[in-house]
Design a protein around this ligand. Structure first.
Ligand code: PLP
Length: 387
């Protein structure tokens, strides 16, 4: 009988492990084999071959991720973007229409804005906070609605419950990129989303050493996405699968520490005279704090803030810190600082950024697992000259 585990901490360590263990191995080894001896498989998708995402390393991740997200099925991918593009291309074709939140991760925004029109797929960007406007954006050919759990870099929280209700009423597939929240803080499938997507490069792996993605949902939807991904080729390498499986074991420990440190740092910054603005849904002053409390078990490890002064001063501040690394990406064990105008949102024009509220002086911080008080002390010394 398959073993079941109640709590996420236990699931992370044990769920997904092949039963019986392969040759008794406590740690699942890397199956660095492109193909496997034929064992009577009846369909192409079942033939064991790396591109079909079905080596023992892939299958262990599928079992673990479906357990963590409380869903029947999961599929891993070569990157978050491979998961996103394969998902959307499996659901949408020429003549279809997508509703998408207006402040998505840059790669997703570009895919929808620049690649979809060439494929005959239409899209309308919607304000995640304004359900009334969604109905007027709806068309007879609308098939799906796509949102993010928390937006980057302003950490806004859309009306996710309303998204689920709207999708059900209008018979749309609801998709959420839950990368920023992770399954420790949020269970989108329980809320009613059809599909949850992760850039597993971030919190799920947590060690800034692979690129990976995942999509989780019903057996039918994941079967359809798998079939398309088999053609599109965005499958995960077994070595990355091994590292992701290992990284996941500490997800709960890491994310809870990151929740705690990020909240402490957000409070510290919000009281500092050199800080003009802090964006973090865990702060009571955040316009969507009550909604975030209702939806999430923790508010995550990413926050953003503006210092008094211009972008040059923000840059000087980042380089005066001792612990954080000035680098793009997020969700790793090390604290990172970046200025979105020069990294994640550099592809947008200054006007587009301004419209979204992303100023040139905005700094995004992805809090790692270093000691909380040492991080606060470091920020305090780097802010020192502002007082
Ligand atoms: N979704 C979000 C919210 C992201 O932040 C990112 C990357 O930064 C992606 C998707 C894309 O993931 P990947 O870089 O793994 O392709």
């Amino acid at each position: 009988m398959a073993k079941t585990y109640r709590r996420i901490d236990t699931q992370l360590v044990h769920a997904g492990t092949p039963q019986p263990r392969i040759l008794g191995a406590v740690s699942l080894p890397i199956f660095q084999s492109a193909n496997f001896e034929y064992a009577g498989e009846s369909s192409y998708d079942d033939i064991r071959y790396i591109r079909l995402n079905n080596t023992p390393n892939h299958l262990a991740l599928h079992r673990l991720l479906s357990t963590l997200e409380h869903a029947p099925a999961a599929l891993v991918a070569a990157s978050g973007m491979a998961a996103i593009s394969s998902t959307l291309l499996s659901l949408l074709g020429a003549g279809d229409h997508l509703l998408a939140q207006n402040c998505l991760y840059g790669g997703t925004f570009d895919l929808i804005t620049n690649d979809f029109p060439r494929l005959g797929i239409e899209r309308t960007f919607i304000d995640g906070d304004d359900p009334v406007s969604w109905r007027s954006a709806l068309k007879p050919n609308t098939r799906a609605i796509y949102v993010e759990a928390m937006t980057n870099p302003l950490l806004e929280v859309a009306d996710l419950k309303a998204v689920v209700r709207f999708a059900r009423d209008c018979k749309l597939i609801s998709i959420i990129d839950a990368t920023f929240a992770s399954p420790v803080n949020f269970h989108p499938i329980d809320l009613g989303f059809d599909l949850a997507i992760h850039s597993a490069t971030k919190y799920l792996n947590g060690h800034s050493d692979i690129v990976a993605g995942a999509v989780i949902g019903s057996t039918e939807l994941i079967g359809n996405i798998t079939h398309h991904m088999n053609h599109l080729g965005g499958s995960m390498d077994p070595h990355a699968a091994f590292l992701l499986y290992r990284g996941l074991k500490t997800l709960a420990l890491r994310v809870r520490q990151q929740n705690h440190s990020a909240l402490t740092i957000a409070k510290f910054l919000s009281h500092h005279t050199a800080v003009a603005r802090v964006n973090y849904a865990g702060l009571e002053s955040h316009p969507r704090h009550a909604r975030a409390r209702e939806l999430f078990e923790g508010f995550g490890g990413v926050l953003s803030f503006e210092l008094e002064g211009d972008a040059r001063r923000a840059e000087e501040f980042m380089h005066r810190t001792q612990i954080p690394v000035v680098a793009a990406s997020l969700g790793g064990v090390e604290t990172l600082l970046t200025r979105p105008a020069t990294t994640s949102h550099a592809g947008m024009s200054a006007e587009q950024r301004q419209q979204l509220g992303i100023s040139d002086r905005l700094i995004r911080m992805s809090v790692g697992i270093e000691a909380t008080d040492e991080l606060v002390d470091d920020l305090a010394q780097a802010l020192g000259s502002y007082q």
